[in-house]
Write a protein that binds this ligand. Structure first.
Ligand code: ATP
Ligand code: MG
Length: 655
């Protein structure tokens, strides 16, 4: 292993943490202060002290972060990544269960269900336990039901408590859900399958119930290191505590960046770490190496707006030279916002030599990026969407596009399949039969295809469970068809959302409000097109184009990502778009009167920037129909001192 000059690479605070005596260590520091760097150097330091790679367990939140960290360690020390145990909680839990699952009755050849499969299995379970459950429209559909059970497991709360706190709309039946969770668990056992949550609960069960395994882990992993500790949930922090019985654990985090409480993350875990690990030495790093002083001042301004006493106090000093202030950019609408970003990016790349991969566009929710995608595609600026699913690939967006496509061209069986299969108990075959019957009927009676769907002959082909929904399903298709003949694409989509599909959405997803907002945004987007053909063609092209550009995620391309997915990362230039009230903070948070987590998310967003930061918002939200909805700048902008940024107001004439 090459000799490393730890002194030269680290400041005093970092050096102290990296070279600390083995024992519980908590590194608490603000964004960009080198926490991840400290963790990486700690691994290198341990190796230099004769610790074997196999003795180290490294836990992080995303696969990307884990890979990146092991890569950095390899660069520093020459030790290959595969010699460490490192990865996300789920990946390590998986490994643990493959090795020892039998101890808790899980055969070695278990398989893992993805999210869709888990939901399907839960639905089947409920169907056998209580045939009437899903018939009652006020009960949670499989999606929300799964979310409730999952959140309860991740926070180690009872189901009734979880419902009471996070899903109060189902309070009345909170006790009825418990038996389903038990039956679902039983079914998984019988089929020898695990869902994602089982990878964590199973791992913890191993540690709790098999003392020899707990012993093995504690002994094997003499050193445990955890990045982004503020986002651990109860389950994860209990796993850490169990493994780190020897207390040689280094946890690194920033409570001001806790952004996953909706998934059960609890920054109390970081606050109470010293209680659970007696003798904890807390290290603080107070220098920020990432951002210019101007960006840092603004970030500190964001935190000042946060209620006091809820966080560890942290002071951040800038290490870098002065530069320009962040810019707050007000534009007329989404389109102008996207055009502004496009122009600036073009100049950055062509005139200022910034590499496209060092430019990021961040947003609160996927739908905000819709216009941006279109504008970048048209300008042939390569981009890569790093957030999980692209906007146009989201299930509900595809559903509505399929619905409209089908109405436009009822011969399109792919689109028909997609929407018909949303009806209860209608599968591919069933959908085919209905389509064939309607086709025949339409030909025979020279009827319009959609009119033919309404006939009794066709109804006989519809699964019994779907018949209650069938009339509203058909009516909705007819209404969409009628609108398509008389109005534009935006209105057509609105009518589609208002009809049967809206009811379906409400039943199917716990987060249907956000999804509905996204669909409304899609309608707004559609308002730019004259005809439904233009709109549909554009969506197809956009999808094709973006997927072509998706091949190599590390290729030199501008990054488009939600703020959640950007955590821990950094870019030379950052644009945050959609900074209007209702967009960021989101409408739901405002209505719930709790924007603290959103503000932390905003803090994460601004602290990704190294050199330049642009905070943009549209004055008008495009929506279907005439006019638009007037927006105001995000409260996160208005609450900070205007001296901290440079305002820029764009009028249409600017272009
Ligand atoms: P976040 O809270 O966003 O996860 P972080 O605290 O983990 O941030 P790092 O990503 O480790 O911060 O570091 C931020 C940047 O500062 C990196 O580019 C890193 O290389 C640089 N940096 C950190 N410490 C030093 C140092 N002592 N000397 C030079 N550069 C440093
Ligand atoms: Mg980090």
């Amino acid at each position: 292993m090459p000799a490393i000059d730890f002194r030269a690479a680290l400041n005093d605070e970092q050096y102290a943490a990296v070279t600390a005596e083995p024992g519980p260590l908590l590194v608490l520091a603000g964004a960009g202060s080198g926490k991840t760097r400290t963790l990486t150097y700690r691994v290198a330091y341990l190796l230099s002290q004769g610790v074997r790679p196999g003795d180290i367990l490294l836990l992080t939140f995303t696969n990307k972060a884990a890979k990146e960290m092991l890569h950095r360690v390899e660069e520093l020390t020459g030790v290959e990544p595969r010699r460490f145990w490192g990865g996300t909680f789920h990946s390590i839990g998986h490994r643990a269960l493959r090795m020892f699952g039998e101890e808790i009755g899980l055969p070695k050849n278990f398989t893992i269900l993805d999210a869709d499969e888990s939901e399907t299995l839960l639905k089947q379970t409920v169907d056998t336990e209580d045939k009437a459950f899903f018939k009652d429209k006020t009960n949670p559909r499989p999606g929300p039901l799964f979310s409730i059970i999952s959140l309860a497991r991740n926070t180690r709360q009872s189901i009734p408590d979880t419902v009471e706190k996070q899903f109060p709309q189902y309070s009345e039946i909170k006790y009825a859900i418990q038996p389903f969770a038990a039956a679902y668990a039983e079914k998984k056992r019988a089929q020898n399958v695990c869902d994602y949550d089982d990878l964590l609960t199973g791992w913890l069960e191993l540690l709790e119930k098999a003392p020899n395994i707990a012993e093995y882990f504690a002994h094997r992993f003499r050193h445990l290191l955890v990045d982004e500790y503020q986002d651990t949930n109860t389950l994860q922090s209990q796993i850490i505590d169990r493994i780190a019985q020897h207390h040689r654990v280094m946890a690194v985090g920033d409570d001001a960046q806790c952004i996953y409480s909706w998934r059960g993350a609890d920054f109390e875990n970081i606050m109470t770490f010293p209680e659970r690990h007696p003798g904890t030495v807390i290290h603080r790093i107070e220098t920020n190496y990432r951002s210019t002083p101007e960006i840092l001042d603004l970030a500190n301004g964001v935190l000042e707006a946060q209620p006091k006493g809820r966080h560890f106090d942290k002071e951040l000093r800038a290490a870098r030279a002065h530069s320009q202030k962040p810019m707050v950019v007000e534009t007329i609408d989404d389109r102008e916002q996207a055009e502004f970003v496009r122009k600036r990016i073009r100049a950055l790349i062509e005139d200022e030599g910034v590499s496209p991969g060092q430019i990021a566009i961040l947003y609160r929710s996927h739908f905000i990026a819709m216009e941006m995608q279109l504008v970048l595609s048209r300008a042939a600026i390569p981009y890569h969407i790093t957030s999980g699913v692209k906007f146009f690939d989201r299930q509900h967006i595809k559903d509505i596009v399929a619905l409209v496509t089908f109405v436009y061209n009822p011969g399109n069986e792919m689109s028909w399949q997609r929407i018909a299969c949303l009806l209860p108990k209608v599968g591919e075959k069933g959908a085919q039969k209905i389509h064939a019957a309607a086709r025949e009927h339409a030909a025979l009676l020279r009827k319009d295809f959609i009119d033919a769907l309404h006939t009794d002959d066709v109804l006989t082909k519809v699964a019994k469970d779907a018949r209650a929904d069938w009339p509203s399903f058909c009516d909705s298709l007819s209404e969409v068809a009628e609108t398509m003949r008389t109005a534009g694409p935006a209105r057509t989509i609105e009518i589609a959302i208002d009809g049967w599909y809206g009811d379906y959405l409400r039943g199917a997803f716990a987060d249907y409000i956000e999804r509905l907002d996204e669909l409304k945004a899609l309608a707004g987007f559609a308002a730019r097109f004259e005809t439904i053909q233009d709109f549909l063609a554009q969506i197809v092209l956009l999808n094709g184009e973006t997927s072509d550009r998706q091949v190599d995620p590390d290729a030199e391309a501008v990054k488009l990502t939600t703020v959640h997915q950007a955590k821990g990362l950094e870019y030379d230039v950052v644009f945050v778009i959609g900074l209007a009230d209702g967009q960021f903070p989101g409408r739901r948070a405002i209505e719930a009167g709790d924007v603290e987590e959103e503000r932390r998310l905003f803090y994460v967003a601004v602290t990704r920037a190294k050199n330049e930061l642009y905070l943009c918002y549209p004055k008008v939200a495009t929506k279907a129909g005439p006019g638009g909805m007037l927006l105001t700048a995000s409260r996160f902008l208005t609450e900070i001192n205007p001296a901290l940024y440079e305002p820029l107001r764009l009028r249409r004439a600017f272009w």
